[in-house]
Ligand binder design. Structure first.
Ligand code: GDG
Length: 472
């Protein structure tokens, strides 16, 4: 039987050590929530790190067994690997470079070596599992070298790769000392997927300028193989968010929040802690809104959820401090006994509570500096059963290519952002319903299942084409 083996840095389950026991919890983040709904079908398997440093062989075996029951295979990483491969090369070299924050990028040979070694470790784990008929689907920037490693071991394998973050302009890629190796690593796949045509064009340009491989209609000729490249904007499990928002639990939570907030209207912001998400700029824009339009004071609050993330990386720790200070200063300056301008939560919420926040908010502020796609924007849309609500969306989120009925803004333009918040708060209901209805139709249709099917069908097609060429 042919299966799909999904490979990503993190498994969709994370294991936490509390006192003497281990707890298994769903992981946050777009990839986990997006693919979490589909990987258990048809005997598929997910390979990745479970977020735990195992203490001994007995514990390793226990974790393997527990995960196996949920179709997951762990790759265990050491603390040094997490430091150099994950916090180092992945999150201090690739992440800032691919999000246009080169000022934060470091270029450490030791981090690169750890990156190669961990990609090799993943390669061994996949090769142990994969049969000749299986399809291997590799995900994201932590595993850019894996497609070529797998290709070398299994020249006939069917390998897909999807990048969840932006692929930046050639001018940023050329800065990386290991730029050729990274591109060659990706080109081991039969099909390379990106969220947008823009990212795909940047990739084709980098491959042409750095490796000299030309392409036509998204087909790259490497000399020995043809690699297909295409855009697949990722969707969400629409019904899951629609149902979560309609659940009794979400309605109950919303009623509790509403009672506490009384008549105050809500603008919502939800992100992982990350400098790419534009959180500090958003806070400044909210402050500008209540400066320019004092009539919104005591009438509107910002509910801001920041989910802890990568706090071992220096920039994340200092961003956290910046946000704490900004929220503290704005609240101290504008709050009254009965009104808090910003309700700030530095933690994650269970899905029903998240859904109740999507219900509660009239306006969602999704204003990243750069974001591969941004699933929060789509989840907000799916949660609005009565179609009332306004999405404010950064032009630099992949989602902006599809959700053109949002209020599209430039996130560095604080004035424009403050005006967009004002416009959203005064937007007539018919206008809201028309925009939301159009976005819902799109997000419902191009959901995560359609996304997976499109990618897998295209992968099968690219393989078939390759076979035809080989036998000609
Ligand atoms: C990467 C790319 C791309 C957030 N807070 C809570 C919570 N979340 C969930 C959201 C959403 C996910 O986390 C975040 O996804 P995003 O897409 O917004 O962002 P990244 O994590 O940066 O994801 C991104 C994505 O991959 C997919 O390709 O869109 O551009 O950067 O699903 O709902 N979930 C719960 N509680 C929270 O407090 N339960």
């Amino acid at each position: 039987m042919s299966r799909t083996i999904i490979v990503s840095n993190r498994l969709p389950t994370k294991i936490l050590r509390t006192d003497n026991s281990l707890t298994f919890q769903p992981s946050e983040g777009g990839l986990a929530t997006g693919l979490g709904s589909i990987y258990q079908a048809d005997g598929n398997v997910w390979v990745g790190w479970p977020g735990l440093f195992v203490e001994d062989a007995a514990e390793e075996e226990y974790v393997c067994e527990q995960l196996r029951q949920d179709s997951m295979v762990p790759v265990f990483l050491t603390e040094a690997e997490i430091r150099d491969f994950y916090e180092g090369f992945s999150n201090s070299t690739l992440w800032p470079t691919f999000h246009y924050f080169t000022q934060y990028a470091t270029y450490e040979q030791a981090h690169w070596e750890a990156y190669v070694a961990v990609n090799e470790k993943f390669c061994r784990a996949v090769l142990e599992l994969a049969g000749p008929e299986d399809t291997i689907w590799v995900h994201d920037y932590q595993l850019l070298l894996l497609p070529a490693m797998l290709r070398q071991a299994r020249p006939e394998a069917t390998i897909g790769f999807f990048l969840h973050i932006p692929f930046p302009s050639y001018e940023l890629i050329r800065v990386l000392p290991w730029r050729k190796e990274l591109l060659q690593g990706m080109l081991g796949a039969d099909l390379l997927g990106f969220h947008t045509f823009g990212y795909m064009r940047h990739f084709l340009s980098a491959v042409s300028q750095l490796l000299g491989f030309s392409s036509q209609n998204g087909q790259i000729e490497t000399g020995s193989r043809t690699v297909l490249v295409d855009a697949f904007p990722m969707g969400i499990d629409y019904e899951r968010y629609e149902q979560a928002a309609a659940s009794e639990a979400a309605i109950r939570h919303e009623a509790t929040y509403r009672e506490a907030l009384r008549e105050v209207r809500v603008i919502l912001s939800i992100d992982r802690l990350d400098y790419s998400k534009g959180i500090a700029q958003r806070l400044r824009a909210f402050e500008l809104l209540i400066q320019r339009y004092p009539e919104w004071r005591e009438q509107v609050s910002l509910i801001m959820v920041v989910v802890p993330s990568r706090d071992q990386v220096a920039q994340y720790a200092s961003l956290k401090e910046e946000i704490d200070e900004l929220v503290g200063r704005i609240n101290a300056q504008y709050r009254t006994i009965s009104w808090t301008p910003i309700h700030y939560f530095y933690r994650s919420f269970p899905l029903e509570e998240l859904a109740s926040l999507y219900r509660l908010a009239e306006v969602a502020l999704v204003t990243p500096m750069r974001d591969g796609m941004n699933l929060v924007a789509k989840e907000f849309v799916a949660s609005k059963a009565n179609q009332k609500g306004v999405l404010i969306l950064s032009e630099r989120a992949g989602a902006a290519r599809e959700l053109s009925d949002a209020l599209i803004i430039n996130p560095t333009n604080t004035g424009e952002l403050a005006e967009a918040m004002h416009d959203a708060l005064v937007m007539p209901e018919e206008d809201q319903i028309q925009r939301m209805g159009a976005m819902q139709a799109l997000v419902r249709q191009y959901n995560v299942f359609a996304w997976t099917k499109l990618f897998m069908d295209r992968l099968a097609y690219s393989k078939m084409k390759q076979h035809t060429l080989d036998t000609e």
